[in-house]
Ligand binder design. Structure first.
Ligand code: R5P
Length: 292
């Protein structure tokens, strides 16, 4: 029987995942020594059992992950899977300016030498076509689009699905086709971390519909805010926003919430906007061992 082992901060999703897949939920004892170094102890016997380590904040807990994975190997666990529903470091996928670190590659190398397998949801694949170009271990990239399409069909009458930039077309197109709604894609020029310009195509044929902005990531919120402003200039109501990964640093959520009708997200990252659970998606991937 597979063990689900949450790293700190991933307890709620881990409990849902264990319940969804009828897996055993283990506990990690974690604390910091007075000097700040980490203490970890696995409060379960993993011998001979496949273990899924759930980590929703690998940036903060990569060292914890490495300590736990090595301890599991010492304790003769079976296959060790990292369930990282949000896969970080996917956006610095090229050296845009001389001297920059291509962190996508380094992070992938570190994860590939730490665990046996990776399960994630909607990784930000832009310049890389698949995780196999980065990771040396089997990777499963799940798609939240079917869950998002179900949510929209239930909650939003007469939707117009909108991707705020070319990269979001993959989500917008699939969600629109699954919910039987039209879709449009805007074009975005990013001038800096918090400076975004959006251009909108002719949407006159869709007046009367409720715009639903779909994006994989909301970080500064500037993409959603700029897209909302342009849509309102054209006479549309403020959009509903659905994002897969709700990062929302600093006051980004509050600023975005002022500019739109409603924001919802999947629970790949814990956030107050979470409304769509990915637990069943993750448990399906762990149960049938799918690779992709
Ligand atoms: C960009 O490539 C992504 O798909 C998102 O549009 C972007 O990460 C959103 O970032 P922000 O919320 O900072 O505008």
């Amino acid at each position: 029987m597979r063990l689900i082992l949450p790293l700190p901060g991933s307890e709620a999703l881990s409990a849902e995942l264990a319940a969804a897949g009828a897996f055993d939920l283990a506990r990690l004892e974690f604390r910091r020594f007075p000097d700040g170094e980490r203490y970890v102890r696995i409060d379960a016997d993993p011998k001979g059992r496949p273990v899924a380590i759930v980590c929703q904040n690998a940036d903060e807990h990569f060292l914890t992950l490495a300590f736990v994975a090595d301890a599991l190997r010492d304790l003769r666990a079976g296959e060790i899977t990292l369930v990282a529903p949000y896969l970080g470091y996917m956006r610095q996928d090229a050296r845009f300016r001389p001297g920059e670190a291509v962190t996508s590659r380094t992070f992938a190398r570190l994860v590939s030498t730490t665990v046996d397998r990776l399960v994630t949801v909607d990784p930000h694949l832009h310049r890389f076509a698949s995780l196999a170009e980065l990771y040396d271990i089997p990777c499963t990239a799940l798609r939240a689009a079917p869950l998002i399409a179900q949510w929209i069909a239930r909650e939003v009458p007469e939707p117009l699905i909108i991707g705020p930039d070319a990269e979001s077309e993959q989500w917008a197109a699939e969600i629109a086709s699954r919910s039987g709604a039209p879709y449009a894609v805007l074009s975005k020029r990013r001038q800096g971390d918090r400076q975004v310009e959006i251009a909108v195509p002719d949407l006159a044929a869709h007046h009367g519909r409720q715009p639903v902005l779909i994006d994989d990531i909301a970080s500064s919120g500037r993409t959603l805010i700029a897209a909302s402003a342009e849509l309102r200039n054209l006479g549309f109501p403020a959009p509903v926003c659905v994002v897969v990964h709700a990062i929302f640093g600093g006051d980004a959520f509050e600023r975005t919430a002022e500019a739109v009708t409603r924001i919802v997200s999947t629970d790949t990252l814990p956030h107050q906007s979470n409304a769509i659970s990915v637990a069943s998606l993750l448990s399906g991937a762990l149960s049938d061992g799918r690779r992709g």
